[in-house]
Write a protein that binds this ligand. Structure first.
Ligand SMILES: Cc1cc2nc3c(=O)[nH]c(=O)nc-3n(C[C@H](O)[C@H](O)[C@H](O)COP(=O)(O)OP(=O)(O)OC[C@H]3O[C@@H](n4cnc5c(N)ncnc54)[C@H](O)[C@@H]3O)c2cc1C
Length: 389
């Protein structure tokens, strides 16, 4: 555990850690059953998360959430990162970016039930031809009487199988804001919304990533998020938040991997000694621990800066640095952990094997490592070293 946490922060960290320790025993069952655990167990975990104040941890008190500081959210998310197979996703994070723009109708219909954990959202932004370069999306929104008509095909829509509504991003085809981005709430059961394909991914999660098609989907104007042209700014706010939370979860994953690999190395003998006695093994563990600490300090410090109200562009760069470093660190740690476990590290029942696959996407989603570097370099050239570090 890192230093310089208040008593309340340590208590929150400890409470989440204990909860995650209850989830860990279900990992192998989830891995071997397409991400699923028994329904009553999953329901019990959801209720327990709610009791502990771990539902919608990023939502404000005004919207019925716990109103945690960014650092507290990082502490919670770090713990959820210790468990594989997305079992930690029972600690939910709603669309916190929406608070400033959501209308009363949107709050009542979608946001509050999400905060209460009764319904879930998913995001449809990426397309077959466009991921990193979000500005290039081809999905369209056409004005029509009192609303809009949406068309497009979206890829990798995470949690679509569990969602009641989807945030759909498109470009306007007519009116004064032609070509600008718009974002909509779309109920999943709206006519014209369909799942085209449920592809298999490297990880084994009960949350699927659908390819979705939207054909002449009619939505009323009240489903528009903010104003016409605002679409991209919401994506940026969400990216910033989620990048920091990915960094936190990667720290949690690395901590678990180092603990498990160290325990194994202490118990495993080869050539008459514990493998932990061999420097080749010690160096892998020592490098992993050192890098974890560096990533954790970056992550906590970024959260503290956000809580202190640092400039939003600085936040953007620091969230990118934290995500870049922590996700690459966690991948290195997972690779070393597999090596320490030897042949066991290649078995799906082994935690290192699962993390080795699962952590790979943290270098891709919410902006690839290359995109994080572009953001960081751009801010470096605009602001210089001192404000960013
Ligand atoms: C499991 C999973 C879940 C996802 N969930 C969602 C979701 O819920 N909703 C959603 O909308 N999207 C989702 N995504 C999409 C994800 O955000 C994109 O995959 C990601 O942003 C990268 O886009 P891409 O796959 O199109 O790759 P591309 O943008 O095509 O990039 C391909 C490669 O080119 C590199 N590259 C691109 N541009 C540059 C550049 N300018 N300089 C240097 N290198 C560059 C990239 O770094 C990458 O290595 C998910 C993806 C995965 C894998």
């Amino acid at each position: 555990m890192s230093t310089f946490l208040t008593t309340a922060e340590r208590a929150l960290q400890g409470l989440t850690r204990s909860f995650v320790d209850e989830l860990i025993p279900w990992e192998v069952e989830a891995e071997l059953n397409r991400g699923e655990i028994p329904e009553d167990v999953a329901k019990g975990q959801k209720e327990r998360a709610r009791e502990l104040g771990l539902t919608s941890i990023n939502m404000s008190e005004r919207l019925g959430g716990p109103g945690y500081s960014m650092l507290s959210q990082v502490l919670i998310q770090e713990q959820t990162g210790r468990v594989t197979n997305a079992l930690g996703w029972v600690v939910s994070t709603g669309p916190s970016w929406i608070e400033e723009v959501a209308t009363d109708h949107q709050i009542e219909k979608w946001v509050r039930p999400t905060v209460d954990g009764d319904i879930h959202e998913c995001y449809a932004i990426t397309e077959e031809g466009v991921g990193s370069d979000v500005d290039g999306i081809e999905a369209t929104a056409r004005r029509d009487d009192d609303g809009y008509v949406l068309n497009g095909v979206k890829w990798h829509v995470t949690s679509a199988n569990l969602a009641s509504y989807v945030f759909f991003q498109a470009k306007l085809t007519d009116g004064p804001n032609t070509g600008r981005h718009v974002l909509f709430f779309v109920d999943m059961d709206t006519p014209g919304v369909e799942c085209v394909r449920i592809p298999e991914y490297s990880h084994t999660y009960s949350h699927h990533h659908w390819e979705m098609k939207f054909t002449e989907v009619r939505v009323p104007a009240e489903n528009l998020v903010g104003s016409e042209g605002d679409g991209m700014s919401f994506a940026h706010a969400w990216f910033r938040y989620e990048r920091l939370m990915i960094a936190a979860r990667c720290c949690g994953a690395a901590e678990r991997l180092i603990e498990e690999a160290t325990a194994f190395a202490e118990g495993r003998e080869a050539y008459g000694s514990k493998i932990a006695d061999y420097q080749a093994i010690q160096f892998m563990l020592a490098d992993s621990l050192t890098e974890l600490w560096a990533a954790r300090l970056m992550t906590y410090e970024t959260a503290r800066a956000i809580d202190a109200g640092v400039d939003v562009k600085v936040q953007h760069a620091q969230c990118s640095m934290a995500k870049l470093y922590a996700s690459e660190m966690a991948n290195r740690v997972a690779d070393r952990a597999v090596q320490v476990f030897g042949g066991r590290g290649f078995m799906r029942e082994n935690v290192a094997e699962r993390f080795y696959r699962e952590l790979r996407v943290d270098r891709i989603w919410e902006g690839t490592s290359e995109i994080q570097r572009l953001i960081i370099a751009d801010q470096l050239r605009k602001r210089g070293v001192v404000p960013l570090t």
